[in-house]
Design a protein around this ligand. Structure first.
Ligand SMILES: Nc1ncnc2c1ncn2[C@@H]1O[C@H](COP(=O)(O)OP(=O)(O)O)[C@@H](O)[C@H]1O
Ligand SMILES: [Mg+2]
Length: 413
């Protein structure tokens, strides 16, 4: 007997539908003695009304009833509550009804006068079927969630590798464009060009080129920041100092937005062994996002606390717009942004999460629409020696290239 089958009768919610009051009350007493919780109804109509408000596992229903018959009742139950199992009770002369009941989805039928132990065992069987089904559903759900998570992780990894590769390739032409624009500007500024026709138009064009190059550079730099620091340099890192420095760096931007930055340092946190430069990058990314999400008179709180012997935690909390639940899974993906192209690259959190992961930490987000958002970063006090076995970005790129060639040659075969 499986755990499901030995399941206590005490968990079962049952509805008994029969027009004979005496039959109901006798059966009810006996079932209750076995620990079953029982509701009763004198007709199909009354039974449906009960199901409307009470969750029930199993229905036991008479077939011959005035008004809505047991079979019509069964059909309605199976249509509206497919999870409920129905056991029909038929008279001796009408077992044919029981057979059509099974065809219509009844779990089983018993002939009156019923044998009590037989009924109990039917109830147990029906209940274990329900439990099994529920277990299967839960398993399927879990499997699906895990698959979704795996797809997301893989896609992130592939996207990141690809994006950083592209960033490398784009930096060179970008430098040439920028230099050439600068060179043309210099020529335009020469005395012999003072009266050149449409000089102002050229200058405007060059200015636009420079702005666009600047934007592209911002993107590639953020991407490269993500790749270029595979060698972790651990040094003594005072997070409280780092936090104050980072706040100082964005103070002007915050003031421009009318946003105040405050500290919440409840306790002293000893310096940790980590990478201060990368952590400053993390703090700056989080604070900048918080500023962008804030309205005038918003408040950003930077907090720091000990999290047990081995860990410390800092957080950046804002009173801003919040993140819609459907975006929560996406904000760490590269290029996901809700900002206008001039303002957001969608790389900040991608880079941030990469850094935190490489430093052996974790980042979590908590957000309520219109109320604000908190990002929490938990870090180990001591950065463990690099897990050298993680492939470097270069190795990853080569790995991807190899896979791609492999896939292409397979296609040819
Ligand atoms: N503190 C925050 N409050 C509300 N939304 C945020 C916050 N931080 C990040 N987001 C959302 O996550 C998106 C991605 O952030 P990020 O990766 O830093 O890229 P970017 O800031 O360039 O848009 C933002 O566009 C924004 O929609
Ligand atoms: Mg950002």
């Amino acid at each position: 007997m499986s755990a499901a089958e030995t399941a206590a009768l005490g968990n079962i919610q049952l509805l008994l539908v029969d027009d004979e009051a005496f039959f109901r009350s006798t059966l009810k007493k006996r079932l209750q003695k076995r620990g079953i919780t029982l509701l009763e109804a004198e007709s199909g109509e009354a039974g449906l009304a009960i199901l409307d408000v009470h969750p029930v596992h199993i229905v036991i229903s008479d077939v011959k009833m005035p008004g809505m018959g047991g079979l019509a009742f069964l059909e309605r139950v199976k249509a509206d509550y497919p999870e409920i199992e129905v056991i029909l009770l038929t008279g001796h002369a009408t077992t044919a009804d029981g057979v059509s009941g099974i065809k219509a989805g009844a779990f089983d039928y018993l002939t009156k006068p019923i044998e009590f132990d037989h009924l109990i065992s039917k109830i147990q069987q029906a209940y274990s079927l329900i439990l099994r089904r529920e277990e299967q559903r839960r398993e399927a759900e879990l499997r699906e969630r895990m698959e979704r998570q795996m797809i997301l992780t893989e896609r992130l990894a592939a996207l990141g590798t690809l994006a950083t590769g592209v960033a490398h390739e784009i930096n060179n032409p970008l430098a040439i464009i920028r230099e050439s624009a600068g060179w043309m500007e210099m020529i335009l500024a020469k005395p012999e060009m003072a009266d050149a026709p449409r000089k102002a138009d050229f200058e405007k064009g060059l200015d636009r080129i420079e702005k666009a190059v600047e934007r592209a550079r911002r993107i590639t730099h953020q991407l490269l920041e993500f790749v270029q620091k595979p060698e972790k340099k651990a040094s003594e890192t005072d997070l409280a100092v780092l936090m104050a420095e980072s706040a100082e760096l964005v103070r002007r931007e915050a003031a421009n937005h009318g946003v105040e930055i405050a500290f919440d340092r409840r306790e002293a946190v000893a310096p940790i062994l980590s990478d201060p430069y990368q952590l400053r990058q993390v703090m700056l990314n989080l604070i900048t996002n918080a500023i962008h999400a804030s309205e005038k008179n918003g408040r950003i709180t930077l907090g720091l606390e000990n999290a047990g012997d081995a860990l410390v935690r800092f957080w950046v909390s804002d009173t801003g717009a919040g993140i819609p639940p459907e975006n929560l899974e996406k904000i760490f993906e590269p290029f996901f942004t809700t900002k206008s192209p001039g303002k957001g690259t969608g790389l900040g959190l991608f880079v941030t999460r990469g850094i935190v992961a490489r430093l052996g930490g974790a980042i979590e987000v908590d957000s309520a629409l219109t109320r604000g958002t908190t990002f929490r970063v938990t870090l180990p006090r001591t950065l463990l020696p690099p897990a050298a076995e993680l492939p470097s970005p270069e190795q990853k790129r080569q790995g991807m290239f190899a896979r791609l060639t492999q896939a292409l040659s397979k296609e040819k075969e």
